[in-house]
Design a protein around this ligand. Sequence first.
Ligand code: MV4
Length: 458
Amino acid sequence: MLASLPLPHPLMFNKILIANRGEIALRVIRTCREMGIKTVAVYSTADKESLHVRFADEAVCIGPPPSRQSYLNIPTLIAAAEITNADAIHPGYGFLSENAEFSRICQENGIKFIGASPDMINRMGDKASAKATMIAAGVPVVPGSDGLLQSVEQGKKVAAKIKYPVILKATAGGGGRGMRIINAEDEFQHAWDSARTEAAAAFGNDGMYLEKYVEEPRHIEIQICGDQYGHVCHLSERDCSIQRRHQKLVEEAPSPFMTDDLRERMGAAAIAGAAAIGYEGVGTIEFLVDKNRDFYFMEMNTRIQVEHPVTEEIINYDLIKEQIKVAAGIPISGRNYLPTGHAMECRINAEDPRAGFRPAPGRITTLHIPGGHGVRVDTHVYAGYQIPPNYDSMIAKLITVAQTREECIVKMKRALSEFVVEGVKTTIPFHLALMDSEDFKAGNFTTKFLESFDFSVV
Ligand code: MV4
């Protein structure tokens, strides 16, 4: 009898170029290998010895260490895809993953961009237009100005109506840049002037909109996936409230604040928002959730996110595989995915948590990576690896999975205590202290949690 060989799907890509570095480049290469898709790594001269270069089928040097001249250099990336005959580009997260121009240029060159269309990136990248789109789709939003503000006077009128405190946001912002909290009318003019100056310098766009300030919210995001045929499903939520200066440090799924009813309502809202724009690919709808479990659309991310593994672990699903399949035109199953068990991710950064999380690049002299039941480590580093100073400081993601949140935290503590990184300072001591915090263990935290965290115990 003939053995039945798995045949490649007729729509599937033959070769994918990964326009990224570090753990996410490796993450994408691993799924491609499992799917029988060939891979092309690109690297700057600083990353010549990086694992993504060795694990890919081919590798192309794209320039010197600065990102502008390598991982952000569009013509070079397109040339690399053309000389290697790649039929798709996976942008990972950061870098060009939400760059409308790159998405468009890929399309124009007959290379499938495994991410959002230029139009989708533009609509969601402009926060006021994203909010208007969500309002039209019936997604709850924070009360505020109807689109962009034209003047301080108009802003003061809106604020008087919705009542202080309010928050002024740059439409080109996101991730906390160009934002000002305003507690009273006499602060308005100064906040307006400084936020506009900051936004103009940072984004070349000083458009501003206003919202009621939601105090002590949780950051809960819904993972969604849409295919090319108009089906959208959700894959439950992640709680990302443990952040410091808009840098996430711990993410988990499900959220300890979640209820079945809230998940159903947030999932339905996320699907409505994504379906209204015909969203294709994986994406995330970020919400603020207040103490009454009212939720409000905040932003939409049109990329795979750093914290995607916690979702993968509770729904038993490879999100990169799904992303590649929908990009190739394969339909999704169409059903939603509810969590089984609990997963948590600690970001291990080469930073000194005792010195305000100052970046601490250098050579890793000794490395021991934890393992065992329910432990996953996504990393590109190894003993002897030199962490370049040019990129972000995340060196590993430690993910644990268990039946309950309590067991997941016990496992995380065990894995953190096994993790040995010598030669550079890391966030491991911070995570160990956090896992001992009574409020954290009780699930009692908001986005303000780390503002009052006692770092002397780290
Ligand atoms: C808010 C808010 C409170 N009320 N909007 C921060 C980043 C950007 N995505 C929007 N952000 C916020 N928007 C209203 N109407 C509080 C924040 C916020 C925040 C949100 C999520 C996670 C951490 C945060 C830290 C500070 C402020």
